[in-house]
Design a protein around this ligand. Sequence first.
Ligand SMILES: Nc1ncnc2c1ncn2[C@@H]1O[C@H](COP(=O)(O)OP(=O)(O)OP(=O)(O)O)[C@@H](O)[C@H]1O
Length: 238
Amino acid sequence: MTALLEVEDLRVAYGKIEAVKGISFKVDAGQVVTLIGTNGAGKTTTLRTLSGLLKPIGGQIKFQGKSLKKIPAHQIVSLGLAHSPEGRHIFPRMTIEDNLRLGAFLRNDKAGIEKDIQRAYDLFAILGERRKQAAGTLSGGEQQMLAMGRALMSQPKLLMLDEPSMGLSPIMMQKIMATIAELKSQGTTILLVEQNAQAALSLADHGHVMEVGSIVLSGTGRDLLTDESVRKAYLGED
Ligand SMILES: Nc1ncnc2c1ncn2[C@@H]1O[C@H](COP(=O)(O)OP(=O)(O)OP(=O)(O)O)[C@@H](O)[C@H]1O
């Protein structure tokens, strides 16, 4: 069976600095796969490249068996790859509901869009309660919910989440992780970038540890959670 996403020997550079140095991994439909690693490991660069925002200097990206090489960013969304970026990038002056609608900008099935807006409100009740308010009035965690809800509005085959737990309180972080688990149980395929290795590996089918542009260790979420080097480097154990 072909993987939903296949990344092979991917290399990405900013000028002369190679930020991603030949990484390979795949994501099968229905899986949660996580990339973990410290600041500057190349995780965000990888997601931005998969979204078509950065052009690789080498390697292959295949989505549903087709190369994404010559496909511009806006068409990549229509193929079914949605990206909830680091820092969220919601539109603070627009209402919560209008932010959600933006995620559906490539769709014209009105009834389906309304159904998915309702689905976002079912997942995140606070967004429904405050649908007519400016998105900038939401807390950081609620803005994260909005960013995830907006990404889901494109009906993605693959949802890419960049550090959804960043800057959140432990309770809000747990809520976001529980939502990711719920999306997984509904069959959503997710590529999750996280610095919170414990949370990410706990719900991932597979994980890859990135260090300075390379994948240095791969395994099931459970294997990596119990791996001694991972526990020392990323889970704060001596
Ligand atoms: N726009 C840019 N121009 C030049 N170098 C960059 C740029 N963006 C990132 N880098 C460098 O590329 C490397 C990888 O950064 P990247 O943001 O992908 O890492 P990351 O693992 O996502 O870390 P973080 O959690 O901080 O986002 C780092 O050395 C970073 O300084």
